[in-house]
Design a protein around this ligand. Structure first.
Ligand code: DGL
Length: 268
């Protein structure tokens, strides 16, 4: 599994809950975060390099635990590595449209995700007759990378995005970036303080975990052990910072058979 940073841990957390025995290799490309303001070509090159690294470490299935990397690179990754099953992410517009009563849906994602063809095709397929309001939440990924899940600046960024959406009557909110589930408690406080109607907040991680389990089972790769599987994690950024945030974001500490490494070789 990989992401530009700690965001992918929201997907890893869902995978660990669903299939705890499955061994996981996870890379956070924190030397290059945020991906969202990079060009699609840059994100493609980074995603391909990381995929090669994870395959060389023994990965058999790749979860692109990043909407931005999926938007920029999933199609190309599947072409470049035709024998490898990939699980990608796209903003969960479909369930939001199925749920909405007000006909107005909010989507939070990065600029690169909104620019990609994947998002355009999701909107064209599923959002006919529904109003979609989008926001890129500038600065939010960096706040979350720094562990500021509650501070005044994080709240300001979210209020700037959400208050106009609430005023327009959203009743569904799609989290189209894997970093954002970590600020769901703050999002819910802002929604309940300002919205007259309940707003359904959609985190796609559990659905991605189910798709991962399905593909592993189809290939005969689903781990059957009773014990939690080993996790091997890499960051291209600072290992100490990543390790400090890990228990809070993942909800578990690294067990003795798990490890965190620096992946310097990817940064050069
Ligand atoms: N977590 C990523 C996503 O799902 C990307 C955030 C970023 O690096 O900009 O889009």
């Amino acid at each position: 599994m990989f992401d530009s940073g700690v965001g992918g841990l929201s997907v890893l957390r869902a995978v660990r809950r669903l299939i705890p025995a499955q061994p996981v290799l996870f890379l956070a490309d924190q030397a290059n975060v945020p991906y969202g303001s990079r060009s699609l070509a840059e994100v493609q090159a980074l995603s391909e390099g990381i995929t090669r690294f994870l395959l060389a470490q023994g990965a058999r299935l790749i979860v692109v635990a990043c909407n931005t990397a999926s938007a920029a690179a999933l199609y190309q990754l599947r072409n470049t590595f035709p024998a490898v099953p990939f699980v990608g992410m796209e903003p969960a517009v479909k369930p939001a449209v199925e749920h909405t009563q007000s006909g107005t849906v909010g989507v939070l994602a990065t600029p690169a995700t909104f620019q990609g063809e994947l998002y355009a095709s999701v909107v064209a397929r599923f959002a006919q007759g529904v109003t979609i309001l989008q926001d890129t939440c500038p600065g939010l990924v960096s706040q979350i990378e720094a562990g500021h899940l509650e501070g005044a600046e994080t709240r300001r960024i979210l209020e700037d995005a959400l208050l106009p959406m609430i005023a327009a009557g959203i009743d569904s909110l799609v989290l189209g970036c894997t970093h954002y589930p970590f600020v769901i408690p703050l999002i819910e406080r802002i929604l309940s303080a300002n919205s007259r109607q309940p707003v359904n907040v959609i985190d796609p991680a559990p659905a991605v975990a189910r798709q991962t389990r399905r593909l592993l089972a189809e290939n005969g790769w689903l781990a059957q052990d009773e014990q939690p599987g080993a996790m091997t994690l890499w960051t291209t950024g600072d290992t100490a910072t990543f390790e400090h945030l890990l228990p809070r974001l993942l909800g578990e500490k690294l067990a003795s058979h798990s490890a965190l490494w620096s992946a310097d070789q990817l940064t050069g």
